[in-house]
Design a protein around this ligand. Sequence first.
Ligand SMILES: [Zn+2]
Length: 266
Amino acid sequence: SATLTIRVLNHCGTCYYCRHGRENLCKNSYKKSAAAAGQLLPNGLSEYLCVDANQVYKLSNDLPYEQAVFVEPFACVLNSIDRGQIHLGDDVVVIGGGVMGILHVIAAKLSGARVILSEPYKPRAEMAKKYGCDIVIDPTIVDPVEEVKRITDGEGANVVFNTTPIVKVAEQAVQMTAQMGRCVMYSSMHPDVPIQVSPNYIHNTEIVITGSKSPSIEAFDTSARILSKKIVDLTPLLTESYSMEEADTAFERAMSVETYRVMIKW
Ligand SMILES: [Zn+2]
């Protein structure tokens, strides 16, 4: 009867990345699960799932499933926050106010930053403010790079997280990163078109451009602990839930700008 969650992304434990604490970059992830479970991918939305015991994380028994479903996405974001290396008092920009953007806002606030969200859709801007976002800018009204520089006395943001799959925005993310800052490409890009980056800007400013892929074991465990201890309440981000029979509707609703996360229950 325990409330559990699983880190579906497995890892081999023996490759260079696993042995250097970066299991999220394991070259052999998925392969072991395929052999163990007779399936190609970890999968989900199934009544039974075969996983290694070390992929299972126990949650607080009074944590509702509506919160427990956020362990994995929040863990992905905590890995990104780890890549961003936020310091107390930093200016952090989060680009995009979808569920991943809002989770970045929450985690950046927990890390002691002043958080600026770039998001044009008003309900998402309001949700970010409910979670303590300090400033929201509308990139359809102002130039986001100029606006971030204006807010930060011309410096730019110490850490920038791009949670959108938009190439032009990725370019802006680099441009609004302050000297010595870190720019994290959280989202994958669709389409993955190369962006223009000035090598001299990197040379002169020592900015670090990095990415974030999947959750590390540490990020997953931290996420499970934060939610189990109810340090944050993510209930408002679980917009709708559906039965298995209504799965088609659930997927359609999950694509809508009106929803954050949609849950299927059975
Ligand atoms: Zn590995």
